[in-house]
Write a protein that binds this ligand. Structure first.
Ligand SMILES: Cc1cc2nc3c(=O)[nH]c(=O)nc-3n(C[C@H](O)[C@H](O)[C@H](O)COP(=O)(O)OP(=O)(O)OC[C@H]3O[C@@H](n4cnc5c(N)ncnc54)[C@H](O)[C@@H]3O)c2cc1C
Length: 463
C-alpha cells in the first residue's frame, strides 16, 4: 500500500526540518525521512562537536600562555579527554534531541525512520513502506571521501566521525589533507598535547585561498608545533609497529611519517549512491552531486535537491539558505536564486579565517582590474590588547567601479568581523560606503573602514 503526502523530505539535516515546518504551516501533509541521526552532519559529526572541541583546545592554549597575560598558574594542568569529549557529545545530543522533538511535535509532519530509496519520480521506499508525493525534497548530505590510495585497506584510518569518538590523546596524529576539516583537527589535537603532522598533496595548505593566506595559516600552525608536509605527491599507507606509516615522498624531509593515529580528511562525497536516483531519472554530475538549476530544482519536475548533496555549497549556512530559497519561491511567491548569494565561510583554526566573495586570484582570473587593502593584525589595537596578533585583514576591490569583490580576515574574531563586509556587499555597497561608516572602538571591525581607505595596486600593497 502506498501512503500519499503533499511533500516528502529526505534527510533531517540543515534544510529538511525548517522546510518541513514551512510546508506544514502552509497546510501540507509532509513525510520527513531520516536514516540515522536527526540534525545530520553539522549537529552530530560536523560544526557543533568540532567547534565545541575547538573551544576546549582554545582553553588549553590560554592556560598554556597564561603567564603572558600576567596570570600565574600553580601546578600545571592536564587535559581530560573523556570530559572534553563528553562536553562535545552533550552539545550535539542536546541539538539532536531538539531537532527530533521539534519534528515529532510538528502538526502535519510524519517522521519516518529508515533509508529512503526512489522507485520512481514521485515515490520512495523506506524499508517496506512506500511513500508517494508530488513534491520531493532531497537533503541527504554527504560523508567523508575514502579515495583509492595505496595501502588504504590495510590500515584503520580515522574520519571526522570516528575522530569524535576518540577519548585518548593520540601520541602522534597524522592528518592527511591540509584543508578546512583537517586543519581544525590538527590544531585542536596539537593543543590537547598530541604530536601532529599534516600531510598535504598540494604545494600549500588550503589551496583555494590566496597564497599569503595559506602561508599565514601554515605559520600559525607551525608556531604551535604542528609539522606541515606539503607537496606529498604519493601518499600511501602501511601498518607499522608504532601505528601506521604514511608515505609522504615530499621534496624534502623524511620519506614517511609514523602516526599512532591517522585522520583522512581529503574531501566529501554526496550520499546519493544508494538513493535510487536512476529509478527517478534524476541527473547527477560525475561525482554524484544532484544537478540543480538556479532555484534548486532537479531535471525531474517536482523534485528539488538542497544542501551538500547538490554540490552548490558545503556549509550549514548554504544548506539553510537553500531551504530559504526553495521555501521563498514555493510558498511566498518570491523569485530567489542561488546565484544571488555571496560565497562566505570560515576556517576554524584559532585565530579563525573569515572569508567572503572572491580571493585576489579569483578576482584577477575573472578579469577585474583590482585594488587591494591590507593590514596586519599587529596593527589592530584589539588584537594587540588581546595578545593575539597573528594574521591580517585583506580586501579586494574593483579598481574601475569601486565594488567590493572579496575579503579575508585571518585573525582574532575574523569570522565575526567579516560580516560587515558581507552585508555591505549584499546591499551593493562600495569601498566608499565602507570607508565612510563609523565602527566601534576597540574592535577588529573598526579597522575595516581604514583598510578600505588604503587601497593600492596589489604589487604595492603590503601589510
Ligand atoms: C568536521 C566537519 C566540520 C564542519 N564544520 C562546519 C562549520 O564550522 N560551519 C559550516 O557551515 N559547516 C561545517 N561543516 C559542513 C556542514 O556540516 C554541512 O555542510 C551541513 O551539515 C550540510 O547540511 P545538509 O542538510 O546538506 O546535510 P546533512 O547535515 O549531512 O544531513 C543529511 C541527512 O540526510 C540523512 N540521509 C542521508 N541519506 C538518506 C536516505 N537515503 N534516506 C534518509 N535520510 C538520509 C543523513 O542521515 C543526514 O541526517 C562541517 C562538516 C564537517 C564534516
Amino acid at each position: 500500500m502506498t501512503e500519499t503526502f503533499d511533500a516528502i523530505i529526505l534527510g533531517a539535516g540543515q534544510a529538511g526540518p525548517p522546510l518541513a515546518e514551512r510546508l506544514t504551516k502552509a497546510g501540507m501533509r509532509v513525510a520527513l525521512v531520516e536514516r540515522h541521526l536527526f540534525g545530520g552532519t553539522c549537529v552530530n559529526t560536523g560544526c557543533m562537536p568540532t567547534k565545541t572541541l575547538v573551544a576546549s583546545a582554545r582553553a588549553a592554549m590560554v592556560v598554556r600562555r597564561a603567564a603572558e597575560w600576567g596570570v600565574d598558574l600553580d601546578g600545571g594542568f592536564a587535559i581530560d579527554m573523556t570530559r572534553v569529549r563528553a562536553r562535545a557529545d552533550t552539545v550535539s545530543a542536546n541539538a539532536r534531541h531538539g531537532v527530533e522533538s521539534w519534528l515529532q511535535r510538528m502538526d502535519g509532519c510524519t517522521v519516518v525512520r529508515g533509508a529512503a530509496c526512489f522507485v520512481s519520480a514521485d515515490t520512495v521506499m523506506v524499508g517496506e513502506q512506500r511513500l508517494s508525493a508530488p513534491r520531493i525534497f532531497v537533503n541527504v548530505g554527504g560523508r567523508s571521501t575514502r579515495p583509492d590510495m595505496p595501502g588504504i585497506d590495510e590500515v584503520a584510518l580515522l574520519n571526522n566521525t570516528t575522530m569524535l569518538q576518540l577519548d585518548v590523546i593520540p601520541k602522534h596524529l597524522v592528518v592527511v589533507g591540509g584543508s578546512y576539516i583537517g586543519l581544525e583537527f590538527a590544531q585542536m589535537y596539537r593543543r590537547f598535547g598530541a604530536e601532529v603532522t599534516v600531510v598535504e598533496k598540494g604545494e600549500r595548505l588550503v589551496s583555494r585561498e590566496d597564497p599569503e593566506v595559506s602561508d599565514a595559516i601554515r605559520e600559525i600552525l607551525e608556531a604551535e608545533g604542528v609539522v606541515v608536509r606539503t607537496g606529498a605527491e604519493c601518499i600511501r599507507f602501511a601498518p607499522h609497529d608504532g601505528g601506521i606509516e604514511v608515505g609522504v615522498d615530499c621534496q624534502s624531509g623524511d620519506p614517511s611519517v609514523i602516526g599512532s593515529h591517522v585522520l583522512l580528511a581529503v574531501g566529501r562525497h554526496p550520499n546519493t549512491d544508494d538513493l535510487g536516483l536512476d529509478a527517478a531519472g534524476i541527473a547527477t554530475d560525475a561525482r554524484g552531486y544532484v544537478n540543480v538549476d538556479d532555484q534548486l530544482a532537479t531535471n525531474v519536475p517536482g523534485v528539488w535537491a538542497l544542501g551538500d548533496c547538490n554540490g552548490r555549497g558545503a556549509f550549514t549556512h548554504t544548506a539553510y539558505n537553500d531551504f530559504e530559497i526553495v521555501a521563498g519561491n514555493l510558498l511566498d511567491g518570491e523569485s530567489r536564486r542561488l546565484t544571488d548569494r555571496i560565497d562566505c565561510y570560515a576556517l576554524y583554526i584559532d585565530p579563525p579565517l573569515g572569508r567572503v566573495g572572491l580571493t585576489e586570484t579569483q578576482a584577477r582570473k575573472a578579469g577585474h582590474r583590482i585594488k587591494v587593502g591590507k593590514r596586519a593584525m599587529k596593527r589592530v589595537g584589539r588584537a594587540v590588547e588581546r595578545g593575539e596578533t597573528q594574521g591580517f585583514i585583506k580586501v579586494v576591490v574593483d579598481a574601475d567601479t569601486d565594488a567590493i569583490l572579496g575579503a579575508a580576515i585571518l585573525g582574532v574574531e575574523g569570522d565575526e568581523a567579516i560580516h560587515s563586509i558581507l552585508d555591505t556587499m549584499a546591499r551593493g555597497g562600495t569601498a566608499v560606503d565602507m570607508r565612510r561608516t563609523m565602527h566601534i572602538h576597540p574592535t577588529v571591525s573598526e579597522l575595516i573602514p581604514t583598510v578600505f581607505g588604503e587601497l593600492k595596486d596589489p604589487e604595492d600593497a603590503s601589510t
